[in-house]
Design a protein around this ligand. Sequence first.
Ligand SMILES: *[C@@H]1O[C@H](CO)[C@@H](O)[C@H](O)[C@H]1NC(C)=O
Ligand SMILES: *[C@@H]1O[C@H](CO)[C@@H](O)[C@H](O)[C@H]1NC(C)=O
Ligand SMILES: *[C@@H]1O[C@H](CO)[C@@H](O)[C@H](O)[C@H]1NC(C)=O
Ligand SMILES: *[C@@H]1O[C@H](CO)[C@@H](O)[C@H](O)[C@H]1NC(C)=O
Ligand SMILES: *[C@@H]1O[C@H](CO)[C@@H](O)[C@H](O)[C@H]1NC(C)=O
Length: 327
Amino acid sequence: MAELYKLLRAILCLSGSLIVFHALNHNRRTEVLPQESIGIHARQIQNLVTFGDSFTDPSIQSHLGKQTWPVYATGYTNTSLFQFAKGGGVCSTELIPIPFPNVSVVEAQIRNYLEFASTYKLDMEESLFTLWIGTNDLGSLGLLIGKVTEPGISVVDTTVCAVNWVEIMYNHGARNFLFQQLATPQSYSNLYWAGSRNTTEWNLMMHELSSAAKSLSTLMLQNLAHRLPGAHIGVFDSFGLFLDMFNDPKNYFNGTAPLNVTFPIRSCVCHLDSDEVICTEVESEHERDSYMWWDELHPSEQAQRIVAKEIAEVIDTGFNKWSKWLT
Ligand SMILES: *[C@@H]1O[C@H](CO)[C@@H](O)[C@H](O)[C@H]1NC(C)=O
Ligand SMILES: *[C@@H]1O[C@H](CO)[C@@H](O)[C@H](O)[C@H]1NC(C)=O
Ligand SMILES: *[C@@H]1O[C@H](CO)[C@@H](O)[C@H](O)[C@H]1NC(C)=O
Ligand SMILES: *[C@@H]1O[C@H](CO)[C@@H](O)[C@H](O)[C@H]1NC(C)=O
Ligand SMILES: *[C@@H]1O[C@H](CO)[C@@H](O)[C@H](O)[C@H]1NC(C)=O
């Protein structure tokens, strides 16, 4: 157990990408036109098949005493969950050389899926495949500090990689996709980074990277969509949803403490280049639902429920204000 906790902490400590959330007013909501030929229809989806990192992986989160969105979303919609996301995951270790084995989307998660699919046949019409990846690629495991496998690798490559997941899964039979855009985390001095840094610069850099990733991936997916007949590809605007939670917390958070979108439930102070970390935690379950963040990187459980609620609406009705079907 102690070993597990150490490993978990190592993963978490290394997986941080720290930025202060910008209250920028550029929240362009996606408008969805109800057209029968695009997207999925109500009650079509019975299976949710998830890929990604700790934002999605329930096994990491449940060690922290909380649940991730897929568990809630499948609960809300009475659908089955097939979970392949891994905490600490990046898109590919060929781009970002993470120190953890068997967590990246391309090298591990897809392989695990194919192993599963060799014995278990999902009905592809009834299955929605999701991917929420990139926070670790962009953050302090990767691009933010120049940790790349070869000089020149950039957000363009990590975005190409994430978009390629759609084509790879399509070639393995998947037809319905929801591509979850990055939600940029907030930041302050915390558990995930004990080295020196200029927080303002990290903040600006993460904002640049995640905005670029969002626009690039949408354009790349639009381009890809034409080449995949019979595919339904949706983009889920997590970026916009998280910005709206930040700007308008009263619409989302319902705990008994004053609403708080800047400080996390679990707040840690690291000392420069030392292992010592001092953390405090909001104990009351009822107060926790007032917070947007669990720690400086991970959404709170209530934020996870909100993601779940929005994605459950996509599953139940085919439409949702944060989701846009490209095809
Ligand atoms: C949930 O789904 C299962 C299996 O598809 C079904 O047996 C059960 O009746 C459903 N429950 C509800 C509350 O719809
Ligand atoms: C990674 O996964 C492969 C294939 O499932 C397995 O053989 C290997 O032992 C795993 N490595 C670690 C360190 O868990
Ligand atoms: C941090 O970076 C910002 C933006 O480049 C700069 O204005 C500020 O002076 C820097 N702070 C320190 C302490 O270097
Ligand atoms: C959020 O929590 C922090 C730490 O407890 C506190 O300093 C801050 O004032 C809180 N903000 C609001 C808006 O309550
Ligand atoms: C807040 O709302 C969620 C549903 O979104 C509910 O599960 C939770 O119990 C609520 N929290 C409180 C403290 O009422």
